[in-house]
Design a protein around this ligand. Sequence first.
Ligand code: ADP
Length: 448
Amino acid sequence: MKNSIIISLVTVIVIIILSNIGIKYYFTDYLIEQNKVDNEEIITYVNTSIENDGIIDNRELSYLKQQAHFKNVEIVLQDIDKEIIFVSSMGMGKGMGMGNSMHKEPFKEDYTYLEKKLTYEGQTIGYLSIGHYKNIITAKEDNDFIYTINILYVISFFIAVLLAIFLSLLLVRRLTRPIIEIKDSTHNISKGNYERVKSINTDTKELNELATSIEELARQLSEQEQLRKRLSNDISHELRSPLAVLRSQIEALMDGVLEPSPERLAKLNDEIVRMTKLINDLNELVIVESEHLRLNTSKVNVENELSTIIEGFIPLMDSKDIKLIGQLEKDIFINGDRDRLKQIFVNLLTNAYKYTNRGGSVKVTLTKNTDEAIIRFIDSGIGIKKEDLTYVFQRFYRGDESRSRKTGGAGIGLSIVKELVKAHEGIITVDSELGKGSIFTIKFKLAT
Ligand code: ADP
């Protein structure tokens, strides 16, 4: 507001100065022209008067006096001897050539004079001098004109200030409304009331962007909050039942209801081992799900990594009579974290082992298209129900077989795999037929 008043003030002052200079400049030109015309008229009048009878009579002098007053000039007539015979501002003599001269100094210092010889029948009979005020803009009307213009400027200044105040108030309102709404949104975010964050629409691009970012922030925070709640719910749910079993068994042992046989203690120990694994898996999941997962990226030869892992799995697969085949194209490179990639492949092979029955087969293939490396884990295992396919990558999802705890899974492995693939900007999909087997396909961008 203060600024707009200062701006209007400066603008009006500049306009006043410029237009005053302009007016003086153009007006002076105009007045010089006007003076020439006035001079011509007076000279013509005096010459015509003399031409008739060689003198300028009183009537004519009176007319000259009027004209001098009207044109704001000083008219001086002198005879041949430079004696003053008429001064328009003082009165008049008796006429040209009559010798009734005045002796007072008629020429004023602040006037400039134009002198013209007066002739009658070829003889010089006197002199006509027309004086103009040195400061060309002298006429009261001229100064009045400039004064009026300046008054108009002062009025327009006040109008401009009022307009500026009005417009700035309007502008401030328009600007502050969305800012206040944005402030409310951030306040709601800080209080955790994400659902109260409204979408804000303004004409200002930058404010719109800020509002959108804040909405996005609220959405993400709310998502994180829900994730956190769900995770803690899931964890307590997953741990509660095995802990209850452990507790009741130990109580029974303490009460002497059950004998502490080595088998019984081994079972309890198994349960503790399983829970420890679950906690470790959860810890891993939290790490890979968080945005802070740091990949130690390098150019990885996928065939090298896969063949080493496959080799390592052969004894395990053999123990279940599962045939493990690797069909790997050479020289396929991707940018990735070797350890994390290993973790993905080991997890998928472990599942293939777990969910493939004795005598089955597991095949790993590595191919590429123009810009992707494609890795497939194909097993002839128990398969996944069609309706369950969308859930397998969700944490704590377990198929019936796994749920029966024979395999000991907690339903976290595939969630970790999915997050790790995502961190590598890859995609993982699953295709499966119950009783026939499953195919897990991963696609990674080829390294350039
Ligand atoms: P889990 O620890 O239970 O194996 P995962 O997250 O690795 O957890 O797998 C989730 C579920 O997906 C498993 O319980 C199982 O039902 C199903 N699943 C995963 N891999 C396979 C597979 N190769 N064949 C059949 N089912 C599978």
